[in-house]
Design a protein around this ligand. Sequence first.
Ligand code: NI
Length: 283
Amino acid sequence: MRLVDSHCHLDLPQFDEDREEVMTRAREKGVERIINPGIDLDGCRCALKLAEQFEELYVAVGVHPNSADSFDADALSSLAEMTKHPKVVAIGEIGLDFHWKTSAPEVQRRVFAQQLELAAELGLPVIIHSREANSAIREMVGEWIAGASFQRSPLAQRPFAGVLHAFHGDLSLAEEAYRWNFVLGLGGPVTFRNARSLRELAPKLRLDRLLLETDAPYLAPHPLRGKRNEPAYVTLVCEELAHLWALTPEEVAVQTTATALRLFGLEDRFGVDFSTHVTAVHS
Ligand code: NI
């Protein structure tokens, strides 16, 4: 199986002791591409250094809503500067978090809106975090997609414009996301035995609009829940989705890998003719 972990925070200190081994274990499981979104400017810089060290690692640059207070006047130009690095493939992780509220909602909204504009300006897809904020996300992303800066952006011509990472909305939000030309990321939570609504929703989602993710070091999938997560465990998410869809893990891997490569513009760097893979097994 060839897999992509579309969301992993390998720059965090939880991996300082054994990053090489973590990458080796991922490789052994067929995880051939890993996307590392930054959560603040220092994290983005650290992720870029790692991407120079590890061939399979690519980076999204952005400021997470929980770090929104650190987003000063220079932050936007620093992010823009970093996107010149050849391994930057997206803007993220950006969004809204009304659970922790480490920054005031108005500050989060402003910082999110500015980074959405940056993504449109640069033609890069977005990786969106939403926690207890789905209705505000729906409103803000909807306005952004309908707005002039998105409509005239090269982003409007790409196969996909972004991902709602760690998707936990309802079918109506999923369908809205498809209309935006977005895809949805699923990770550890879909394997949790008590995540009933998400497990019921999952097989109703479009498999050709789905990405696998770990969000490592957080949210380790069942039966490793509570442990430190790592990219190799994306196989557990793949197997669980295969079970929920009544497909083979290979079928889920082929579809989700093709979608991830198209979203992040990595098809030609992967060396596969993905066009033969994009058949809707289930939609
Ligand atoms: Ni994350």
